[in-house]
Ligand binder design. Structure first.
Ligand code: 5AD
Ligand code: SF4
Length: 514
């Protein structure tokens, strides 16, 4: 029987199996013990102690598994996923695999998925449809689904039912098990499913292959305990657990020593950092204060929660140096009533007060945000409050979304009387405002000199270089290739809604650089 026939027969056998139809017991179809992610358990998460591990190694029996084989990882979603991909790439390389840029050339394909909104999920299912034909053409190809979607029971069941050509499904807490999962997938004809609802420990010494050598991501914590009522993340990423400061500081020092110019600290809620430490009183402000002393030009972080943004953190950020003047501070809504139902645990007034404090300490700060429109039963007045808050704060940029119900979250059970048409119209109005304020903010740069970390040639024109300012503005400019990877000064000649155009200038001591 060839692989195509085997897959077809497996599909027929599975769909004809009466036991499966009745009880949905999938355990017979895969080898690894599968504990479905449980939303109930996630909510009941206790103060289980986090275990720190420093003993990751590739077992001798797996060494060389990837020799002569190539891997391809497609990443969806946020920076956390991008960084997980860097770790998985590190494990693949440790096993002897080589990377490839095309799916046709790959021996293993992983889809590192995102579950934040429905359209993110739809993209992955669409891609699985495309990859099915490749899998049928190339029976030895291994196809895996990992990341946030695989932490959802409904998604795992859908793949088991409708996409049986998938070879592996593994969750966000199982990345370090990649060598075992691959080994099992090679040995077995069944789908290997390994998803733990268990929160996950902190594993320190996983290998990483970073993309690029100018900017780097550094995880400082994992998971989220906020349980905003619309959000799936606390379920897919588990409970909050912080890396130890000494491990983070060492990683940043090493990056600085290797010539990296910018790091972005990652966490679902970075300023809850340290709240889970039992033996020390060390929070995000303390960590930033320690990182401030390291010789790396720029330190960013994403994402922060207004509720945990304390005065000490503001004080440290105001010391400037490598603490950049850009803060991403998701507000989600400008209406206190909606914020309450969202479970955000702050009011419009408290958010505005926080902004006032930040601006008082850092007058030239640039603020950006995330906003959800069309939350269940959002009224016109409540939406107008979001519009007025946006203007009042003077955000320079925002990521805006239409609310997307996520199965298992409290908001998904709410009745919603707002039509999609109204939600789309609100999003359009908000986006017009976002564009207007961005244009205004960019206009102010005309004639100014900015500091740009040069990342490379511009996507559209190799004659032009591009990079970002401290406040995360994209600058395109004429300059020598030798500037790539360096911090240079650029005079802005023209501003557009999202980008600035300019030319590189020699250092001018007298001119103010922003
Ligand atoms: N629907 C729409 N947007 C969402 N976000 C999170 N969950 C949802 C959802 N269910 C948005 C929030 C968050 C950003 C990363 O994604 O604005 O800050
Ligand atoms: Fe989701 Fe809220 Fe946690 Fe952010 S803080 S990841 S929106 S639950």
């Amino acid at each position: 029987m060839n692989e195509k026939q085997r897959l077809e027969s497996q599909q027929i056998n599975q769909s004809n199996n009466p036991a499966q139809k009745k009880e949905k017991d999938y355990s017979q179809y895969f080898q690894t013990v599968y504990t479905p992610p449980s939303l109930k358990d996630a909510r009941r998460r206790g103060r289980e102690e986090v275990k720190y591990h420093n003993d990751f190694e590739i077992d001798e029996k797996f060494q060389g598994m990837g020799i002569g084989r190539k891997f391809y990882i497609r990443t969806y979603g946020c920076q956390m996923n991008e960084h997980d991909t860097e770790v998985m790439a590190g494990i693949f390389m440790g096993l002897g695999y080589e990377p490839t840029e095309t799916v046709e050339d790959a021996d293993v394909i992983l889809l590192n998925t995102c579950a934040i909104r429905e359209n993110a999920e739809n993209k992955v299912f669409g891609e699985l449809g495309h990859l099915k034909s490749l899998k049928l053409e190339k029976p030895d190809l291994l196809l895996g689904v990992c990341g946030c979607m695989s932490q959802q029971e409904s998604v795992v069941n859908r793949i088991l039912e409708k996409h049986q050509f998938v070879d592996m499904i593994f969750g966000t807490h199982n990345i370090h098990r990649l060598p075992d999962i691959l080994h099992e997938a090679y040995m077995s004809k069944e789908m290997v499913v390994e998803v733990w609802s268990k929160e996950g420990d902190v594993i320190e010494n996983l290998p990483k292959v970073r993309r690029g050598n100018i900017k780097a991501w550094v995880n400082i914590m994992y998971g989220c305990d906020k349980f905003c009522t619309y959000c799936i993340v606390p379920f897919t990423r588990g409970k909050e657990r912080s890396r130890l400061p000494e491990d983070i500081i060492q990683e940043v020092r090493q990056l600085a020593a290797h010539g990296y110019k910018e790091i972005t600290l990652l966490g679902q809620n970075v300023n809850a950092y340290g709240k889970d430490f039992e033996d020390r009183d060390y929070r995000f402000g303390d960590l930033m204060d320690d990182l401030r002393k390291i010789n790396i030009p720029r330190v960013r972080f994403t994402t922060s929660h207004p509720r945990d943004f304390d005065d000490h953190l503001i004080e440290v950020l105001a010391k400037k140096g490598n603490m950049v003047e850009h803060i991403h501070l998701p507000v989600q809504s400008g209406s206190s009533d909606i914020l309450k139902i969202m479970g955000r645990k702050y009011t419009r007034e408290q958010y505005l007060e926080l902004v006032r404090k930040i601006k008082a300490a850092i007058p030239d700060v640039s603020l950006s945000t995330d906003i959800i429109v069309g939350f269940p039963n959002e009224t016109d007045e409540q939406f107008e409050e979001t519009m007025s808050l946006y203007r009042e704060v003077g955000f320079e940029i925002a990521y805006t979304f239409i609310y997307s119900p996520r199965e298992g979250t409290p908001a998904a059970k709410m009745k919603d009387n707002v039509s999609m048409e109204v939600k789309k119209a609100r999003l359009q109005r908000l986006n017009d405002l976002v564009n207007e304020l961005s244009r205004e903010a960019m206009k102010k740069y005309e004639g100014q000199i900015v500091e740009v970390l040069v990342e490379g040639e511009s996507k559209n024109n190799p004659e032009i270089l591009s990079g970002y300012t401290r406040k995360s503005k994209l600058v395109n400019f004429k300059g020598p290739k030798s500037a790539i990877g360096q911090l240079v000064k650029v005079k802005i000649n023209e501003s557009k809604t999202w980008t600035l155009d300019g030319e590189m200038v020699e250092e001018l001591e007298s001119a103010e650089v922003i």
